[in-house]
Design a protein around this ligand. Structure first.
Ligand SMILES: [Zn+2]
Length: 336
């Protein structure tokens, strides 16, 4: 037992040392804490579309109910059941207990933020991963997976992430390819807790991908994006320069005198992430990409690697969301 504790400690120290070696400037910085949060609407009280408000005497999640838009219609469920279903859909239980707990806190934070700023008229959240968060009915999971997901939700009951007292936008994604991304680089607006950080130990090779596009198709897509573009000469000379983001993604590429944003190219060619290279020859355009997802916030494969190295969920969360605090959601409710 003692040996395993020492091994976990050594692994955690090694992970920390590795991170320091890679990017010493990415340690939590006190100066970032003084940057004001931009979202003034988060000053409002939380209970929107809730039918029950928990009191301090009871567990938070089972007493908080919300409307969820599922393929079968709107279902009202308690936060504990909802988050268990989200966890089962969003992260394999094999990622480890602390990664699951980190995911539970991120999803709870995201959910409560959505309860206040919903994209849906009839519900707080939907079960579409491209819009809100994926969700699977806990009853459809195996008993073992359900037990592990429920345990992670229960162990973090009511815990959320705050930045300067307000719920954060706790975005997460699959795999960064080595480094996460500034929110501003992807969505255009800066958030002080969503900054590019190293994400060592990810199983990044899993998402390495090569996409070959016939040259005529490549030209047609670029012409759709920019009607002013004119192609001439050897395709090998078309790519003139590349600008990179702080997170190592493509900020922009200059092709035949025209500039294309990395996020635009990612979407146009359905690339897995903005971490990609492009090479051109007379027959085809070849994209080689790493990572998977928008790369802003917590990397799920990175969280798994940190958990495996012996880090707890709070350490994982505070690594990917800089300058945040872990707090009980009860504190966000106005005293009755
Ligand atoms: Zn939605």
């Amino acid at each position: 037992m003692r040996d395993s504790v020492l091994a976990a400690l050594a692994a955690a120290l090694l992970w920390t040392a590795l991170s320091l070696l890679i990017l010493p400037e990415e340690r939590p910085a006190a100066d970032r804490a003084s940057v004001p949060a931009k979202r003034e609407e988060t000053e409002a009280e939380i209970p929107v579309r809730t039918e029950a408000v928990p009191t301090e005497e009871q567990d938070f999640d089972p007493a908080y109910s919300l409307a969820v838009l599922t393929p079968d219609g709107v279902q009202t469920m308690d936060l504990h059941s909802y988050l268990t279903g989200v966890l089962l859909a969003e992260m394999p239980v094999s990622f480890g207990e602390e990664a699951l707990k980190a995911q539970a806190v991120a999803c709870r934070t995201y959910t409560l933020e959505r309860c206040r700023n919903s994209r849906h008229a009839e519900a707080a959240v939907c079960t579409d991963s491209h819009c809100c968060q994926a969700w699977t009915a806990p009853a459809d999971a195996t008993p073992d997976a359900r037990k592990q997901a429920e345990a992670a939700v229960s162990a973090t009951d009511g815990l959320v992430l705050l930045y300067q007292g307000a719920l954060i936008d706790a975005t997460f994604f699959s795999c960064s390819g080595g480094r996460t991304e500034d929110a501003a680089a992807v969505w255009g607006s800066d958030l002080p807790y969503l900054k590019a950080v190293a994400s060592p130990g990810e199983d990044a090779e899993r998402f390495s991908n090569e996409l070959r596009v016939p040259l005529e198709d490549f030209r047609a897509v670029l012409e759709t994006l920019d009607g002013e573009i004119r192609f001439s000469g050897d395709p090998g000379t078309w790519l003139e320069s590349v600008q990179y983001t702080a997170g190592g993604g493509v900020a922009s590429m200059r092709l035949c005198g025209r500039v294309f944003r990395g996020t635009v190219l990612r979407k146009a060619f359905s690339l897995r992430s903005t971490v990609f290279t492009l090479s051109l020859n007379r027959e085809e355009a070849v994209f080689a990409s790493r990572g998977n997802g928008h790369r802003v916030g917590m990397s799920q494969y990175g969280a798994a690697a940190m958990a495996q190295a012996g880090n707890d969920y709070e350490t994982i969360l505070k690594w990917y969301y800089r300058g945040v605090e872990l707090s009980r959601a009860d504190t966000l409710f106005a005293p009755s």
